[in-house]
Ligand binder design. Structure first.
Ligand code: SAM
Ligand code: SF4
Ligand code: F3S
Length: 513
């Protein structure tokens, strides 16, 4: 830390409001950690903050509106506090696209920055502190490689690890390639060292992040001879080329690294069906059949539509039949896998029959969870040139129908778990304490299974269970979560040593997939 970037004593608290996907959540964590290194603490209340950052999402128009309206609400703080008011910055994908136009509407905003400028945040804050205003830092990092180190705040059992950035897919509706730039991957070696450092600090579950992690490794020579050398899918060779690093290699390298023995779960998001290789599916097999034993039994594989004509218009470059075949193969290898997906309804020219093909896909795949959205034209994308011809009320009706249909399916898939004992990583005290009967004592805790189902359970001791892996016998279900009883395991103390006191961090976020 240079003296110039030391935040003055008077500037002590930072509030980051996060909109968008896990990538933005991870970016927020990085911003808070970077400012923490300069002596700032995060606060949940913007009114207490000396620095307010809006980490915005541009994936749909509504998301942009939310960020801009939150920005508008902060104006009053500047007015009330005058010179002593907070520094206000607009970042994330909204910052990247805005490039400073917003100053006309929000002159009280101090600066704008994009996702590639996050590591410069302390300098940007210092610049604003020094009286500079209305500046913009949205240049993409031009280097061909991507190197970073994950920063987490406090002690956590879970961490997001960016393994790549950008997206080269250019689906016709999507703004992300314009906000996050071209794909670049970290090397396997660097990711392993990074995770080893996190594990030494108490992390037991990592989520490997990228817009399309299955193209991880593109352009990075496979100098260490990792296996498998090449990736294949029903459409042929996919992903990075032979001789380059790839995603299944990374999973096997994590599994086999002796420094990572204490890591219990590996998750990843997101993946594209085109690159969802046979070799990645094979990672879900049981260990004795060559699988990656610590890979979570969950897959989020966005499909967007059940109609081949829509998939072509969306520029997805795969057929629905190959997607269904991939799901079947996966379920054969890993019958208890939990599946989730993203869907768009009302894409230009989508007919009622094409929408019904999407609805029927839910019956075919039987997801645990779906993230469904009404199509929202994004300026600058290819689809934005098509007429947005599905009326809003039709989009709305299709969305609600799809969500209601999914709830019925999930009610039965969740009920199938009743009676099983599942391992749960405890994520915190549940917001809803309704499981506690009147007059009873204890607290409801919430966590997730390997297959990504939410499990709530009661504990009447006063122990802090945050970050612990516990066995929970499932006794009840809804279409969104499971409930159960913690099976008090005599080995609990040894399996969950209390040498790490996990902390929960506040998160002021509105997260979408
Ligand atoms: N890279 C991931 C993928 O391809 O699945 C995630 C992309 S995006 C961050 C998350 C989801 O937002 C997409 O999967 C898609 O369903 C939805 N989405 C993206 N652009 C959209 C748009 N213009 N209108 C509505 N939904 C959109
Ligand atoms: Fe957007 Fe995902 Fe398509 Fe990339 S792969 S363009 S992030 S929807
Ligand atoms: Fe939104 Fe950017 Fe993520 S547009 S969904 S925050 S990559």
């Amino acid at each position: 830390m240079t003296p110039e970037t030391q935040v003055p004593e008077t500037r002590k608290k930072v509030h980051v409001k996060t909109f968008g996907c896990q990538m933005n959540v991870a970016d927020t964590e990085r911003m808070i950690a970077l400012m923490g290194e300069r002596g700032m603490q995060s606060t949940e209340n913007p009114k207490d903050a000396d620095l307010i950052i809006i980490n915005g999402c541009s994936v749909r128009e509504k998301a942009v509106h939310k960020a801009v309206s939150f920005l508008g609400e902060q104006q009053i703080l500047k007015k009330q506090k005058g010179e002593k008011g907070p520094i206000i910055a607009l970042g994330g994908c909204v910052g990247q696209l805005d490039k400073g136009e917003v100053f006309k509407r929000a002159p009280y905003l101090d600066f704008v920055f994009g996702p590639d400028a996050i590591d410069q945040l302390p300098e940007l804050v210092h610049k604003a502190e020094s009286g500079n205003r209305h500046f913009v830092q949205v240049e993409f990092d031009k280097t061909l490689s991507y190197s970073t180190q994950t920063k987490v705040q406090g002690s956590k059992a879970q961490a997001f690890v960016n393994i790549m950035k950008g997206c080269d897919k250019y689906c016709t509706y999507c703004i992300v390639p314009f906000t996050r730039g071209r794909e670049k991957s970290r090397t396997i070696r660097e990711v392993l060292d990074d995770i080893a450092d996190l594990v030494s600090k108490g992390v037991r579950e990592v989520t490997l992040l990228g817009q399309n992690v299955n193209s991880f490794g593109k352009g990075n020579p496979n100098v260490h001879g990792y296996e498998p050398k090449e990736l294949h899918s029903p459409i042929g060779k996919v992903g990075p080329r032979a001789g380059e690093e790839n995603f299944p290699q990374l999973l096997y390298a994590i599994e086999n690294d002796p420094r990572l023995e204490k890591l219990k779960r590996i998750r990843f998001t997101s993946s594209h069906p085109l690159d969802f290789s046979d070799e990645l599916i094979a990672c879900y097999a049981p260990k004795e059949k060559g699988g990656v034993s610590r890979l979570a039994r969950h897959l989020h594989l966005p499909v967007q539509s059940g109609s081949n004509r829509m998939l072509t218009k969306m520029g997805r470059h795969h057929q629905i039949e190959t997607y269904i075949a991939q799901m079947r193969r996966l379920k054969e290898l890993c019958p208890d896998v939990g599946l989730s997906t993203d869907l768009i309804v009302g894409f230009p020219t989508e007919s009622e029959e094409e929408y019904l093909e999407t609805k029927r896909l839910l019956d075919e795949v039987r997801y645990d969870n779906i993230y469904a959205f009404m199509y929202s034209p994004r300026p600058g994308t290819r689809a934005a040139k098509l007429p947005d011809d599905v009326p809003n009320e039709v989009k709305n009706r299709r969305l609600n129908e799809l969500l209601a249909h999914q709830l019925k399916i999930a009610a039965s898939t969740y009920a199938e778990r009743v009676g099983q004992t599942l391992e749960v990583l405890v994520e915190g005290v549940a917001k809803n304490q309704n499981l506690i009967k009147e007059g009873a004592t204890g607290r409801v805790w919430t966590g997730r299974t390997s297959c990504n189902r939410v499990v709530n359970f009661i504990d009447d001791s006063n122990r802090n269970l945050l970050g612990r892996f516990l066995q929970v016998k499932i006794t009840g279900s809804t279409s969104l979560s499971l409930s159960g009883e913690w099976v008090h395991d005599p080995l609990y103390a040894e399996q969950n040593p209390t040498d790490v006191a996990y902390t929960s961090s506040y998160s002021s976020s509105e997260v979408v997939q």
